[in-house]
Design a protein around this ligand. Structure first.
Ligand SMILES: [Zn+2]
Length: 579
């Protein structure tokens, strides 16, 4: 009904034109002229200008052609030669991200700074029953030794628990210890330590599993907290040039916050969701299939019913369902990614699924028309994912399901052609190739040179003709696409190391990286007909950049800023210096 009224409105809006004897054409709301437009559209790869009517692109062309479409009511944006690209899509991340009601202790280098941030935060958030936060480092403390007294000095009336950068330990104040009932007599739990001073008193520091003694007391995040976090992080994402994202493991308990934001007209990103494929009975608790289970545990009639309902109720372009996510293995760094050959130092990782169970489960979703996203990092897990997709297509006689391998970090080279043959998408993360200390000293060492040489190589997928959609895996990694494009193009750290790049054969062009962040993402979401390129009739999702990243040296991509982000014709971010 709503749609009909809107259509009627559009027809009425055209009448004044007709009355003045002009051809009945659509009112142009805004034109962007004098730019360098990279459209991503092979029909017209470059343009100077484009026209927006309502939420869509009406026309793309030269400045003169587009100016001719404007009327006296049309807003004009003079791009002054700036680069315009389609709005970025992040094809793998995790909203709503970290709580806005937590104190951020990253970069607090001194005890005074640590205490100042805690005190300021507590003062600004008098309603919070617990003060929690993250990001401190030992170097901020005298003799690199943490103690509850440092928090007590600034917050003593409320319990506090703040975790260290890596999240493996945390520090509580006296109030938190008191509430948890932790005393000199409390024994260490399995796999954890309650740190104690010489005289046996707990210092407030908890390591590994001992943190559970405190965590179980901290109230779960409220819907309001989740909602505020969604809004704040969406703002940050819009400022980074993102207009669409694929949620890679949707907690359906948090879904109401997305509906609420959409109803309030506050969403600054298009969201696609993928609820997890989870056993209904916990099984062995590994996120995978317990042996000898019944398949109905993985897709009950009730599940199917609710997934179908969500898919028809939320077809996009703002909120969209239609995908499910499964997890086949862990990570290389933890030696839990499933490999054919052992890691250097031993172990192959163990797949979370049996191949047969996986095949049957994927086939059930495939048959119902769902796209399946499978987290697979090791070559064995990637091979199993491809086997399952192949088996589903054969069993069901289906095609173009565009199933996806998430991360796909260490494929067997002989499996690469299968991606294209099966129409499977490689959903990769450009920043994973950033050769920081962890990558060079742990990841690459564990794999050994042969496997490391093509790990996170985006080039091998491009060369194999695979559709590759870039994402970030934010919350864990940052979601800014520009540094990620730099990384894919250089395989260097932001500091420019190692010179020439880490296994430079894996580098791709800036243009290829742009495609993976725009039109390939749209394809991976079944949205290529409505967005992903700057073409007539597509949604007006676009980004204006301060520099032409296709022409400058890659190092300068770091000094490139997002000036304007537009989603569906509306500005979702505007730099203060832009017009
Ligand atoms: Zn993820």
């Amino acid at each position: 009904m709503k749609t009909r009224i809107a259509t009627l409105g559009a027809v009425l809006a055209l009448t004044p034109f007709a009355a003045r004897g002009q051809s009945a054409r659509k009112h142009v709301d805004r034109i962007f002229v004098n730019g360098q437009i990279w459209t991503g559209d092979d029909q017209r790869p470059k343009a100077e200008a484009l026209a927006v009517a309502d939420d869509k692109i009406l026309a793309v062309g030269s400045t003169a052609e587009i100016k001719a479409l404007a009327d006296s009511q049309t807003a004009v944006v003079d791009l002054n030669g700036k680069l315009v690209v389609p709005g970025f899509q992040d094809s793998h991340l995790h909203f709503p991200g970290k709580s806005v009601n937590e104190v951020d202790l990253h970069g607090a280098e001194t005890l005074q700074e640590f205490q100042r941030r805690l005190a300021d935060f507590a003062k600004a958030h008098p309603q919070l029953p617990w003060i929690t936060g993250h990001g401190w480092g030992y170097s901020a403390f005298p003799s690199q030794t943490v103690d509850k007294k440092y928090i007590d000095a600034v917050i003593s009336d409320r319990p506090v628990y703040v975790s260290e950068r890596d999240g493996h330990m945390g520090l509580a104040n006296s109030k938190a210890l008191q509430i948890a009932g932790v005393t000199s007599k409390t024994p260490d739990p399995p796999n954890g330590h309650i740190m104690k001073s010489k005289d046996g008193e707990p210092t407030g520091e908890f390591k590994e599993a001992a943190q559970g003694l405190i965590y179980r007391l901290i109230p779960p995040r409220s819907q309001e907290d989740l909602y505020q976090s969604l809004l704040q992080h969406s703002d940050e994402a819009a400022a980074a040039g993102l207009t669409s994202v694929q949620e890679a493991f949707t907690d359906m308990g948090a879904f109401p916050i997305f509906e609420r934001a959409a109803a309030a007209n506050k969403l600054k990103l298009r969201f696609r969701f993928a609820p997890g494929i989870l056993p209904h009975e916990a099984g062995e608790g590994r996120g995978g299939a317990p042996k000898n289970h019944k398949l109905t545990k993985y897709l009950t009639e009730a599940d199917l019913d609710s997934y179908r309902k969500l898919r028809s109720e939320f077809p996009g372009p703002l909120l969209k369902f239609g995908a499910v996510k499964g997890v086949l293995d862990g990570t290389v760094d933890a030696r839990t990614a499933a490999m054919f050959e052992p890691y250097v130092g031993g172990g192959t990782g163990i797949p979370f699924w049996e191949q047969d169970d996986l095949n049957k489960t994927v086939a059930l979703y495939d048959k119902e028309g769902f796209q399946v996203l499978l987290h697979a990092i090791g070559d064995k897990a990637i091979n199993m994912a491809l086997n399952a997709f192949e088996s589903a297509a054969r069993t069901n006689g289906t095609s173009d399901r565009r199933h996806r391998v998430e991360h796909a970090e260490v494929p067997r080279l002989s499996d690469l052609p299968r991606f294209k043959q099966l129409g499977v998408i490689a959903s990769t993360q450009a920043m994973f190739a950033s050769p920081d200390a962890t990558v060079l000293e742990n990841f690459a060492v564990l794999l050994g040179p042969e496997r490391a040489s093509h790990a996170d190589s985006f080039k091998i997928y491009d060369d194999a003709g695979v559709v590759q959609a870039f994402g970030s895996d934010w919350g864990v990694f940052p979601f800014e696409p520009l540094p990620a494009i730099y990384c894919a193009a250089t395989r260097m750290t932001p500091q420019g190391t190692p010179p020439g790049g880490w296994y430079p054969a894996g580098r791709i062009s800036v243009e290829a990286a742009l495609r993976h962040f725009t039109r390939d993402g749209a394809y991976a979401s079944f949205d290529e007909d409505i967005r992903g390129t700057l073409s007539p009739r597509k949604l007006a999702d676009l980004v204006v950049l301060s520099k032409n990243i296709l022409e400058i040296p890659p190092a300068e991509i770091f000094n490139t800023r997002v000036l304007l982000t537009v989603m569906g014709g509306k500005d979702t971010y505007r730099d203060k210096d832009f017009q």
